[in-house]
Structure formats: structure tokens, C-alpha cells
Design a protein around this ligand. Structure first.
Ligand code: NAD
Ligand code: UD1
Length: 350
């Protein structure tokens, strides 16, 4: 095995896809996850999909804020780098329960950084988000844009970015890459791993998926009067496998001793409207998605997409897949796993 990587939140949506790419790329991978928003089945399936490489995957059910447990893990294993996905991510929930988000995302990260420093592991890749661009005045968003947070979730991302910059400034031995994801969608082409949100989804793709499999009656289109080609909001959707590969490129970039604390957008640089996404999903699935045209969702930006130049130039990474592949693979996962990793609800008692 080439290197030993710790992945926090590795049972989750993006984490599980990245762990698979790491294993296939020859990295030994340890996952830490408290399974708050994920299932152990994801880990089992990643192991299967990795074939022979699956034996280099270990799983540890640990909450990042449990410092003694994290200490024990770092004492047993020498990690070359950490990819830090673990965190809570539902924007609406973060508005209702800000302390939960500050506690989990900030304490979790601080504890991780303390334990890493104590054990001499100072290479980190962190999951940030395009949410730190707030409501961009122009597009595409470049990494130099002014940063702002418009909800507690976004504030945790911004705050963790600042913590990382401060930590690296204070101790130049740290090498840190902050990756700002745009809108991850799609799943592994096998359809065996994917996104499995708890409750009613907030984000577009999981919502469309649940309408397609008959779990929800229709999609509400939030806003039809935006200044876009069909009046609906524009986003930069990126295939989760491309996103996972971006992490491998970031890990390789950490070998550069001059990296310091650097930030990269991970997107495709292309904008897609809600109606274009619906049409692509209908084509891929052969299912009709009933629509209800609704008002704008409070807090939504009109048009957001990435400048991908810096990642292409410095990480030598570029997204390969378009919305056809994103919808094809999402449908493969949805049709094989209409209830995600769980079972259909038991309605026999009602
Ligand atoms: P996810 O919820 O599927 O995965 C996050 C994982 O972290 C889950 O498995 C959860 O159980 C685990 N976790 C949460 N708190 C933990 C803790 N205290 N200790 C241990 N494990 C903990 O989310 P995802 O979509 O895979 O997102 C991964 C990361 O990427 C998150 O930090 C998220 O904020 C960020 N991100 C996601 C998106 C997106 O649209 N999915 C966009 C931008 C950024
Ligand atoms: C969401 C998050 C943001 C995160 C980003 C990337 C919110 C408020 N924001 O934003 O913090 O960085 O994902 O993952 O959750 N739409 C509908 N109907 C729906 C759902 C969405 O029309 O049922 C529309 C939205 O108005 C938007 C587009 O679809 O125009 C995409 O929405 P969504 O998937 O929630 O992503 P973001 O709005 O980019």
C-alpha cells in the first residue's frame, strides 16, 4: 500500500465514494464515523466494490469529539494524511439548531486537529463548500471571491477554513487543502453506494430521486422568475465520482512542501437549471417527474457555478462527467435501492 489515510465521515455520501477511489488507488484507508447520518452497509459495500483492495479498509465507529478514542486510534496507526468529511450538513436544521451544528462541526474539527498535531500528522484535506461564496454577485466563482456565511452551517465552514489558515500560519509544518464543493450529485456507476438522506430531502437531486421511485408525489420548483434561460435557478452539479477523484489529486498535491494552506473549487464550471436537471433525469430514468411551480426558496442564490481554472492548473484535475452520467448513475442507485440502505417503512400496523 502506498500511504495510510484517515477518512472522517467516510461512511457518508461523499466519504464512501472517496474511500472507494482511495482503495482502488492503492491507499490503505481507515474510516472514522459515528454513523449519525450514515449506515454501516455503505462501508460493507465499499469493501465489496474494492475487491482485493477491500482488505485495506478499516472502520472505527467513533465520534470525532471523543478525544480519548481518537487518541487511541492515532497511537495505534501512523497516518500520512487525513481527509475530513465528518460534519452535519443540513442548512435548514442548522438554522433551527445552531448549537448542535457549532458543537458538532467546530468541536469535532478542533479535536481532530489537536490529536493530529499531537501525533505529528499535519497533512489535511477539508470539505468546504461553495456556500462560503454566499450570494455571488458575478459568476463564475473564483477562489479569491469575498467570503460570507448566510446560515449557521455556512458559518461552520467559514470558521473551519479560518481555523485551518490560522493553524497553518502558526505552524508551517501543516499542509492543508480546503476543497470548496459545488453541488455533488450522482453515485458510483454500480448503483451499490449512493446518497441516503434521513427524512424528506432538501436538495434537488435526492428529491427528484424520491419522486421517481414513488416516495414523494411531486417536485416543487422553487422559483420560476430568475434571470436565467428558463427562469429556474442555476447550479454547478458535479458527479460524486469526479469529486472523489479530486480528493486523490489533493492528496498528491500535499506532497508539495510549499503548499501551505491552499483552497480549490471542485465543480465543472457549467451551470444547469432546475428544469434542465429534471429533463435529464426523466430521460435517464424513463420516469415522469410531476412538477409544482412554487415561489423562490428563501435564501437561495440565482446563479452559482465555479471557476475551475485553479484546480485544473494546480491539481491537474478536471471533472469528466456531465449531467447525463450524473442522472444515469443516480437512477441506477435509486432503482436498485429505492429506500437507500434501509428497508421500506413497515405500514402493516397502521
Ligand atoms: P454525509 O452526511 O453523507 O456524511 C457526513 C458523515 O459524517 C456522516 O456519515 C456522519 O455520520 C458523519 N459525522 C457527522 N458528525 C460526526 C462526528 N461528530 N463524528 C464522526 N462522524 C460524524 O454528508 P456528505 O454529503 O457526504 O458531506 C461530506 C462533507 O462535505 C460534509 O462536511 C459536508 O458539509 C461537505 N459538503 C457536502 C456537500 C453536499 O452537497 N453533499 C456540499 C458541500 C460540502
Ligand atoms: C444547497 C445548500 C448549500 C450547499 C449546496 C451544495 C441549502 C439552502 N443550501 O444549496 O448550503 O452548499 O446545496 O450542496 O440547502 N430546488 C427546487 N426544488 C427542491 C430542491 C431544490 O427547485 O425541492 C432548486 C433550488 O431552488 C436550487 C436548485 O434546485 O435552485 C439546487 O438546490 P439544492 O440542491 O438545495 O442546492 P443549493 O441551493 O445549491
Amino acid at each position: 500500500m502506498e500511504k495510510n489515510i484517515l477518512v472522517t465521515g467516510g461512511a457518508g455520501y461523499i466519504g464512501s465514494h472517496t474511500v472507494l477511489q482511495l482503495l482502488l488507488g492503492g491507499y490503505a484507508t481507515a474510516v472514522v464515523d459515528n454513523l449519525d447520518n450514515s449506515s454501516p452497509v455503505a462501508i460493507r459495500r465499499v469493501k465489496e466494490l474494492a475487491g482485493d483492495h477491500g482488505r485495506f479498509l478499516t472502520f472505527h465507529q467513533i465520534d470525532l469529539r471523543d478525544k480519548p478514542a481518537l487518541e487511541r486510534l492515532f497511537s495505534r496507526t501512523k497516518f500520512d494524511a487525513v481527509i475530513h468529511f465528518a460534519g452535519l450538513k443540513a442548512v435548514g436544521e442548522s438554522v433551527e439548531k445552531p448549537l448542535l451544528y457549532y458543537n458538532n462541526n467546530l468541536f469535532g474539527t478542533i479535536t481532530l486537529l489537536e490529536v493530529m498535531a499531537a501525533h505529528g500528522c499535519k497533512n489535511l484535506v477539508f470539505s468546504s463548500s461553495a456556500t462560503v461564496y454566499g450570494w455571488p454577485k458575478v459568476v463564475p466563482c473564483t477562489e479569491e471571491f469575498p467570503l460570507s456565511a448566510v446560515n449557521p452551517y455556512g458559518r461552520t465552514k467559514l470558521c473551519i477554513e479560518d481555523i485551518c489558515r490560522d493553524v497553518q500560519h502558526a505552524d508551517p509544518e501543516w499542509r492543508i487543502i480546503l476543497l470548496r464543493y459545488f453541488n455533488p450529485v450522482g453515485t458510483h456507476p454500480s448503483g451499490h453506494i449512493g446518497e441516503d438522506p434521513c427524512g424528506i430531502p432538501n436538495n434537488l437531486m435526492p428529491y427528484i430521486q424520491q419522486v421517481a421511485v414513488g416516495r414523494l408525489p411531486h417536485l416543487q420548483v422553487y422559483g420560476t422568475d430568475y434571470n436565467t434561460k428558463d427562469g429556474t435557478g442555476v447550479r454547478d452539479y458535479i458527479h460524486v465520482v469526479d469529486l472523489a477523484d479530486g480528493h486523490i489529486s489533493a492528496l498528491q498535491k500535499l506532497d508539495d512542501p510549499k503548499i501551505g494552506c491552499e483552497v480549490y473549487n471542485l465543480g465543472t464550471g457549467k451551470g444547469t437549471t432546475v428544469l434542465e436537471m429534471v429533463a435529464a433525469f426523466e430521460k435517464a430514468s424513463g420516469k415522469k417527474i410531476p412538477l409544482v411551480m412554487a415561489g423562490r426558496r428563501p435564501g437561495d442564490a440565482e446563479i452559482v457555478y465555479a471557476s475551475t481554472e485553479k484546480a485544473e492548473r494546480e491539481l491537474k484535475w478536471k471533472a469528466k462527467y456531465g449531467i447525463e452520467e450524473m442522472c444515469r448513475d443516480q437512477w441506477s442507485w435509486a432503482s436498485k435501492n429505492p429506500y437507500g440502505y434501509g428497508s421500506p417503512p413497515d405500514t402493516s400496523q397502521s
